[in-house]
Design a protein around this ligand. Structure first.
Ligand SMILES: [Zn+2]
Length: 152
């Protein structure tokens, strides 16, 4: 699984740090997805001993947590995609509309968050202009499609 690779990176990081040999660049720091918004959380010194327990990228996400609506959005994304074969994509707004007819606009960000969580789970990928993009940094309109055969 992904987590194991990340743990290995962390021990590598620790040994480098103990050596005091060279400064550690951001790129080498372990990351994991926030369980709420799905954006990457990058390892920080203050989490040295609690990294395993870190779940949220921010207090905002911690407070928000995950509700039924969020799970409904994930399910809607998957069922819309499964209804469309052949690598078809959907817009997160379609999932928002599927979950709430009137006032679906307010579910746009929650729908994007649901898509990111599904990326973290390896179920879907997020694309822009037909290319797979990093969900943590993608700006502007995104599309979602099912992830291919398991890739790391
Ligand atoms: Zn978050």
């Amino acid at each position: 699984m992904l987590a194991r690779g990340r743990d290995r990176r962390l021990s590598a990081l620790e040994s480098v740090a103990r050596d005091g040999s060279k400064p550690i660049g951001m790129r080498e720091l372990p990351t994991k997805p926030c369980v709420v918004c799905g954006r990457d959380i990058t390892w920080r010194k203050k989490w040295e001993r609690s990294w395993e327990q870190v779940k949220y990228c921010s207090d905002k996400c911690r407070r928000a947590g995950l509700g039924e609506l969020d799970l409904a959005l994930e399910a809607a994304i998957l069922s819309l995609l499964e209804g469309r074969k052949g690598g078809a994509t959907i817009c997160p707004s379609e999932a928002a509309r599927a979950v709430r007819g009137e006032g679906w606009e307010s579910l746009m960000e929650p729908a994007r968050m649901a898509a990111r969580r599904l990326v973290a789970a390896g179920r879907v990928v997020i694309t822009q202009g037909g290319h797979v993009v990093d969900p943590s940094t993608a700006k502007g309109p995104i599309r979602v499609r099912l992830a291919g055969p398991k890739t790391k």
